[in-house]
Design a protein around this ligand. Structure first.
Ligand code: TRP
Length: 420
């Protein structure tokens, strides 16, 4: 039997204009991977996730259009890749709920993004959950649904997303265990490291949230202006430059061939002016993206073509998704009534937990209780109580942690009530 193809799945949140960091860190490697014959790729616009971060409807819409055009202009072949919008796949929303019902709340409490938002609130003396939506809190469950619906083996992501993949594995394993099945594949992250290190024009990581990006398809004039703003040191023309740490050089090297970057390094080492290096970067970007930009503008101006391509992609994705959801619905007991009599329960007989327990008893007109461990050994022995009610209340007080222990005794309101 031939091995099933590796399923590679990734999404990009549609909140901003695609930039060079998105291209080098995510889009380019994903497109290259999609042409390997042993891969089946699923790439999508994470427009449901966008709503968590952005409530500007016009911006979400513009970003979806730009991202769709970007993927295609950069060479994504819809015949090779199942390419779709998250919001076109209603099964994602359905699976999201079923996963939410098995996912542990504590897992979500520990999610980095949620914790960071809580910490920021506390630092600002606000309520811990101020302005935190349920969308932000449940973000990882939706992401798990994206991934598990298609049983992805590998998920290319930036390092900030690794925890979400771990959470996905956790949720998948819980589901499989609880429903006694092997429906969900546990995915592995494929970490795209360059993205994290590509600097923006201010030297920090290139990111739409820092507003320091080089948009992929800016027109030449805008691009030139942005490149002119890239920070450099103040070394004059003729002085050797410390190129290795310069954002300008790092951006150039990320895009150029090895020979091209060696050449620029040598030139800067020998005193090339920063202005000339900026010209070299501009030309490199123009050279690399001129054709893609033309295609991009064509696509942006034909939204109906984009709509058709994504619609076709959604049809393909939903064929797989419907099949999977039928199995998942069956696993959890959402079955057609005609399916026959009840099948066996998925719940396994739980082994009796070995626990300590309370025993109350009466001896010589007095009432007592004691706590014994699983072997019958006494852990706590009460004093004699004159009636059952006061014995019970004392026992309850111990359970509720209202007693004070000192040496060998437990006290309630300063009165000893039991020996330890
Ligand atoms: N959370 C991802 C990000 O911000 C985007 C995303 C949503 C995603 N669903 C996904 C990535 C599923 C990979 C797989 O980058």
């Amino acid at each position: 039997m031939s091995k099933q193809k590796n399923r590679i799945l990734t999404g990009i949140t549609t909140t901003g204009t695609p930039h060079l960091g998105n291209y080098l860190g995510a889009i380019k490697p994903a497109i290259e991977a999609s042409f390997k014959t042993d891969n089946q790729s699923f790439y999508f616009l994470a427009d449901y996730h966008a709503l968590v971060k952005c409530s500007d409807a016009a911006r979400v819409q513009k970003s979806r259009l730009e991202l769709a055009a970007t993927w295609l202009a950069c060479g994504l072949d819809p015949a090779q890749v199942i390419f779709y919008r998250q919001s076109d796949i209603s099964e994602i929303g359905e699976l999201n709920w079923l996963l939410t019902c098995v996912a542990a709340k504590g897992l979500f409490n520990r999610a980095h993004a949620y914790k960071a938002a809580v910490d920021a609130n506390l630092a600002a003396n606000l309520d811990a959950d101020a302005a935190i939506s349920m969308g932000l809190y449940c973000y990882p469950a939706l992401m798990a649904a994206d991934i598990l619906l298609f049983n992805a083996d590998f998920v290319p992501v930036g390092s900030d997303q690794i925890q979400h993949i771990e959470m996905t594995r956790d949720i998948a394993a819980r589901f499989n265990h609880l429903y006694n099945c092997e429906l969900f594949t546990l995915p592995s992250p494929l970490i795209t490291s360059d993205a994290a290190t590509l600097p923006g024009i201010d030297g920090r990581k290139m990111s739409k949230s820092y507003n320091n990006t080089l948009p992929l398809f800016a027109n030449s004039k805008d691009l030139q202006k942005l490149i002119a703003k890239i920070i450099t040191d103040s070394k004059a023309p003729g002085e050797p430059k410390d190129y290795a740490n310069a954002p300008l050089f790092k951006i150039y090297a990320a895009l150029a061939s090895a020979e091209q970057s060696e050449q620029l390094a040598a030139d800067l080492g020998q005193g090339m002016a920063w202005g000339d290096a900026k010209k070299a970067l501009f030309e490199l970007i123009e050279h690399n993206f001129a054709d893609k930009r033309e295609r991009y503008l064509e696509l942006i101006n034909k939204p109906q073509d984009l709509e058709d391509i994504l619609h076709q992609g959604a049809l393909k994705a939903r064929e797989i998704a419907k099949d999977m959801m039928a199995k998942v619905r069956d696993a959890v007991g959402l079955r057609n009534f005609n399916a026959g009599t009840l099948v066996a329960s998925n719940l396994k007989e739980k082994p009796k937990a070995k626990k300590s327990r309370w025993i109350s008893y009466r001896e010589n007109d007095a009432f007592y209780f004691k706590k014994i461990d699983e072997n019958g050994k006494t852990l706590i022995q009460s004093i004699a109580f004159k009636d059952a009610k006061s014995a019970f209340l004392a026992q309850q007080a111990i359970d509720e942690g209202k007693c004070v222990a000192d040496g060998n005794n437990l006290y309630l309101d300063n009165k000893p009530i039991a020996d330890l």
